[in-house]
Design a protein around this ligand. Structure first.
Ligand SMILES: CC(=O)N[C@H]1[C@@H](OP(=O)(O)OP(=O)(O)OC[C@H]2O[C@@H](n3ccc(=O)[nH]c3=O)[C@H](O)[C@@H]2O)O[C@H](CO)[C@@H](O)[C@@H]1O
Ligand SMILES: C=C(OP(=O)(O)O)C(=O)O
Length: 429
C-alpha cells in the first residue's frame, strides 16, 4: 500500500488548479443511465471513486470512454452511452468500495423498470443507511425487497409522488431526483438537500430534457418526461478540495492562488477561514489566500448546506490543532467522524471528545510521527497536520486519500511542500 512522507514546516506558495468535484461527478456519471444517447462530461477528476463508477457502469453495459482518442491532454472528458444495457445489477465487489454506487438504483429503475443493487452496508464514518432512498422509490410505486444483501426494486412505470425525507440526504435526493425525471406525472421532493452538487446534477438533467424547478432549495419539483436525450456538461469545481488547500495554507502560512475554484459554493468554509485569520481575495473562479500569522482557533458545527460541510470538519480541526486558543467542534451529520482525532494526537495535538463534541486546545507546534489514514477527509487532515509538523510524518493507507483527491501530493509539491509518495506493494483490503 502507498504511503506519503512529509517533512513539515515549509510555507505554501504558488498556484494550484482545483479539480472537478467528486461528489458532483459521481451522480452525473450515473445520470447517463437515463438515456440511450451519449452524455459527455467535462472536468471529471481522475480519482479512484470515478474509476470504480466507470467499472460499475461498464459492467452494466454502458460504453464509457475517457478523453478524446489521440489527445493525451483530454483525460478529464468522459463520454457515456447506455444504449446496450446488459445487466441491471450493481455487485457487492464494487459497491463495498464506494457507497455512491447506490446512485445507479434510481436511474436503472426509472428507465428499465428493474434494478438489483448490493446494500452498501456500514462504513468508517457512520452506518449510513439507505432507508430514505428506498422509502422515496416505494412512494413512487416501486416494489422493493431486500434479499441476500441486495436491494431488489421493480416498477413497470414509476409514478410521481410527494416525498418528504425524514432527514436531509444528499445522495438520497440525487437518486430520487434522477428517478423522478422519467416517472409519470409530478414528483415533489420536500426536505431536499440544497448542496451545490445537487444543483450541478439538476443542470445536467435539464440539459438532457428533464423538467426540474426548485433545485438549490429544499423543495424540488420534477415533471416526468417520456425520454431524456444526450447532453454535454462541465462538472463544477470541487469545493472540498479547494477548502482543503485553504486549510493547508492557513496552517503553514504562505500565499497561494486557487484556479478553477468556485468561491460562491464555499461560503461557510470561507467565513470560518477568515475568522481564523486567512486573508482572501476572490474572483468568479479563483481565490488568493495569504497567511502571515498564527491562526486563531475557530469553533464550528457541521450542518447541511449552506451550513459548514461535514466533509471539511477534519481539515478545519487540523488547523485548530495549531491555532491560538481553544475551539469547540460539533459533528452533527455522521456519528463516527472523529477517527482522525487519535492520529492527530500522535502528532501532538490536544483534542478531547465527548459524544459528538470535540474540544481542541491549540498548540504552537506539532511533531512528525507515523500515522494511519482511516477515511477520505481524515487522510486530508493528516496531510495538513504533517505539512505543519516539525520533522517527518509518514501517512499510511493513503488509498483513502486517492478516492477523492486528484494527485494531491503533486499539487502540494508545486506549492513548495516537501511531500512524496512511496509506492507500496499489496492491494488495500
Ligand atoms: C458521494 C457523496 O455525495 N457523498 C456525500 C454525501 O453522502 P451521503 O449522501 O451518503 O450522505 P447523506 O446526506 O445521505 O447523509 C446524511 C445523514 O443522513 C443519514 N441517512 C441518509 C440516507 C438515508 O437513507 N438514511 C439516513 O439515515 C446518514 O446516515 C447521515 O447521518 O453527503 C454527505 C453529507 O454532506 C457527505 O459527507 C458525502 O461526502
Ligand atoms: C464521505 C465522503 O464521500 P463518500 O460519500 O463517497 O463516502 C466525502 O467525500 O467526504
Amino acid at each position: 500500500m502507498d504511503k506519503l512522507l512529509i517533512t513539515g514546516g515549509t510555507p505554501l506558495r504558488g498556484e494550484v488548479e482545483i479539480s472537478g468535484a467528486k461528489n458532483a461527478a459521481l451522480p452525473s456519471l450515473c445520470a447517463a443511465l437515463l438515456t440511450a444517447d451519449t452524455v459527455t462530461l467535462e472536468n471529471v477528476p481522475e480519482l479512484n471513486d470515478i474509476g470504480t463508477t466507470l467499472r460499475l457502469l461498464r459492467k452494466i453495459g454502458v460504453r464509457a470512454d475517457r478523453g478524446t482518442p489521440g489527445d493525451a491532454s483530454d483525460s478529464h472528458r468522459v463520454r457515456l452511452t447506455a444504449n446496450h444495457i446488459e445487466c441491471l445489477e450493481a455487485p457487492y465487489e464494487l459497491v463495498k468500495t464506494m457507497r455512491a454506487s447506490i446512485l445507479v438504483l434510481g436511474p436503472l429503475l426509472a428507465r428499465f423498470g428493474e434494478a438489483k443493487v448490493s446494500l452498501p452496508g456500514g462504513c468508517a464514518i457512520g452506518q449510513r443507511p439507505i432507508d430514505q432512498h428506498i422509502k422515496g422509490l416505494a412512494a413512487m410505486g416501486a416494489d422493493i425487497s431486500i434479499e441476500h444483501g441486495f436491494v431488489i426494486a421493480r416498477a413497470r412505470k414509476l409514478k410521481g409522488a410527494r416525498i418528504r425525507t425524514d432527514m436531509v440526504t444528499v445522495t438520497g435526493t440525487e437518486n430520487l431526483l434522477m428517478a423522478a425525471t422519467l416517472a409519470q406525472g409530478t414528483t415533489v421532493l420536500e426536505n431536499a438537500a440544497r448542496e451545490p452538487e445537487i444543483v450541478d446534477l439538476a443542470e445536467l438533467l435539464i440539459k438532457m430534457g428533464a423538467q426540474i424547478t426548485g433545485h438549490g432549495t429544499d423543495r424540488i419539483v420534477i415533471e416526468g418526461v417520456d425520454r431524456l436525450h444526450g447532453a454535454t456538461h462541465r462538472v463544477m469545481p470541487d469545493r472540498i478540495e479547494a477548502g482543503t488547500f485553504l486549510c493547508a495554507v492557513a496552517a503553514t502560512g504562505g500565499d497561494i492562488t486557487l484556479r478553477n475554484a468556485d468561491p460562491k459554493s464555499m461560503g461557510a468554509t470561507l467565513d470560518k477561514l477568515r475568522e481564523a485569520g486567512l486573508k482572501m481575495e476572490c474572483g468568479d473562479d479563483w481565490i488568493r489566500a495569504t497567511m502571515t500569522e498564527r491562526p486563531q482557533a475557530v469553533g464550528f458545527r457541521t450542518q447541511e448546506y449552506p451550513g459548514f460541510a461535514t466533509d471539511m470538519q477534519a481539515q478545519l480541526m487540523a488547523l485548530n490543532t495549531v491555532a491560538d486558543g481553544t475551539s469547540i467542534i460539533a459533528e452533527t451529520i455522521f456519528e463516527n467522524r472523529y477517527m482522525h482525532v487519535q492520529e492527530l494526537r500522535r502528532l501532538g495535538a490536544s483534542i478531547d471528545i465527548d459524544g459528538h463534541t470535540a474540544v481542541v486546545i491549540g498548540t504552537p507546534a506539532l511533531s512528525g510521527a507515523i500515522v494511519m489514514a482511516t477515511d477520505l477527509r481524515a487522510s486530508a487532515s493528516l496531510v495538513i497536520a504533517g505539512l505543519v509538523a516539525e520533522g517527518e510524518t509518514t501517512i499510511e493507507r493513503i488509498y483513502h486519500l486517492d478516492r477523492g483527491y486528484e494527485r494531491m501530493e503533486g499539487k502540494l509539491v508545486k506549492l513548495g511542500a516537501q511531500i512524496r509518495r512511496v509506492v507500496g506493494t499489496g492491494a488495500p483490503e
